[in-house]
Write a protein that binds this ligand. Structure first.
Ligand SMILES: [Zn+2]
Length: 128
């Protein structure tokens, strides 16, 4: 799904897809574009205002994605996995704060217990 029409190129062939803005890969790109010297795992503990701005933009875009998905699917729960979920302790409260005014009604947002391995376990379970 598109977050920013005409935005960052995506391997799917389109531009501006969610994946290009709210994933671990996207976070690495955002760090590079901001000219910051950090690895993604270092970004969250940096006392650099530019680092905090990158995190703020990331959580804002993630909130837009979740609220858009809610409008389409009216889900009750969102579970966030993938690489960025490993650092959720640093951005989850900010996400909740930004998400709250965007929601049609309250939903439960959680971090996947299996974090970055959630997708792998889910795929394996489908095969089994
Ligand atoms: Zn795409």
């Amino acid at each position: 799904m598109t977050l920013f029409p005409g935005g960052a190129p995506c391997p799917c062939g389109r531009k501006g897809c969610f994946e290009q803005y709210v994933s671990g890969t996207a976070l690495r790109r955002r760090i590079e574009e901001a000219g910051l010297p950090y690895k993604p795992e270092e970004l969250f503990t940096a006392e650099d205002p530019k680092a905090k701005q990158v995190i703020k933009e990331f959580t804002y875009d993630l909130a837009v994605v979740i609220s858009s998905l809610q409008a389409a699917f009216d889900m009750e729960v969102v579970v966030i996995g993938g690489g960025v979920s490993e650092a959720a302790d640093y951005w989850f409260d900010d996400l909740q704060e930004q998400l709250k005014p965007m929601l049609l009604n309250p939903i439960d947002v959680k971090v996947a217990e299996l974090k970055n391995e959630a997708g792998m376990y889910g795929a394996a379970q489908l095969v089994l």
